[in-house]
Design a protein around this ligand. Structure first.
Ligand code: BG6
Length: 306
């Protein structure tokens, strides 16, 4: 089965490919749900076929807060301003976390709440490839006075493969940060172990202290909010039941985040126990690894999840 369905929450019909709110993709290899807001992939389920029995198992590779998604759909229905959706892969750009000089500017930048253009859809024997773009306009100019073009290519196949291009289309250089703020599903946060960060320096955002990761694996027993720098780019998340592999190119930082009990209550878009069900491992270029992109130049980043 292979299909793309475009849905507009307020209308029964989608008049054009640019008129959708949510898009669902299904092919031989996977099922995916993507919103036009933020060009955000909310769900990616890989189909794994047992060659002997022909039985298809589904492996979920992304997690999304049902509460946050419901708030988003309700806001769309009533024409209210929508917020960032907590789940899948929001893209943070052009800054990560709070803005350095103006606390009123949106946390994690504006790319995750802007409407992107879907510029191409290709279907092949390997699955679907979609390309979304976001360019500076009067709205982004309110937040950041630079001329840029973001191109996000998503290949939905046996893996989820993302390629991000950040282009400086203006005539002055700019600095920026970006992060793929991915939410990964886990069976229980206390049993999660993450490989791939041993020996790496990190800033603990909760204490503002810098440490070096001594243990081979990261484990969780409290709120965790760390920014690792100068990382190698490949990680595995194990939770006893499943392993998720993440491979990146050009992403020199990684943020590891879980809000635990207290912050979950403060956030307001997570169910009470939701902190147990996900971990964020965010492949990025932030702080000391922020990007400097010269006028007329561009930079490319990629991430595969399987
Ligand atoms: C993480 C940050 O990337 O995102 C945390 O390291 C932050 O400090 C978290 O709390 C969630 O941010 P937001 O803006 O989506 O609530």
């Amino acid at each position: 089965m292979s299909a793309i369905t475009f849905k507009a929450v307020n209308q029964s019909n989608v008049a054009s490919q640019q008129n959708f709110d949510v898009m669902e993709i299904e092919n031989e290899f996977c099922r995916a749900v993507i919103t036009r807001q933020g060009a955000q992939i909310l769900s990616f389920e890989r189909k794994i076929k047992n060659a002997e029995t022909n039985v298809v198992d589904v492996k979920s590779l992304l997690w999304c807060s049902e509460l946050s998604l419901q708030q988003f759909l309700d806001d769309l229905k009533s024409d209210r301003k929508t917020k960032a959706i907590r789940g899948g892969i929001p893209l943070c750009f052009p800054w990560f976390g709070g803005h350095l000089t103006d606390a009123k500017l949106p946390s994690h930048g504006f790319a995750r709440t802007q409407l992107w253009d879907l510029t191409s859809v290709d279907e092949s024997a390997q699955g679907h490839q979609l390309v979304f773009t976001l360019q500076n306009d009067v709205i982004t100019d309110l937040f950041w006075h630079h001329q840029f073009r973001l191109t996000l290519s998503m290949t939905c196949s046996e893996q989820l493969h993302l390629v991000l291009g950040i282009e400086n289309v203006g005539d002055t250089d700019f600095d920026c940060e970006f992060a793929w703020h991915s939410y990964f599903p886990v069976s229980a946060i206390e049993s999660v172990k993450i490989d791939g960060l041993q020996g790496k320096k990190f800033l603990d955002q909760l204490t503002n202290e810098t440490y070096v990761q001594q243990h081979t694996q990261i484990q969780f027993d409290q709120e965790t909010d760390r920014i690792y720098q100068d990382v190698a780019g490949n990680y595995q998340i194990h939770d006893g039941l499943r392993q998720i592999d993440i491979q990146t190119k050009n992403c020199k930082s990684v943020i590891v985040w879980n809000p635990w009990v207290g912050k979950t209550q403060r956030l307001g878009d997570l169910a009470e126990q939701a902190w147990r069900d996900f971990v964020c491992l965010e492949c990025a270029d932030v702080q000391d690894n922020r990007l400097h992109i010269k006028a007329g130049q561009s930079a490319l980043f990629s991430m595969s999840i399987f």
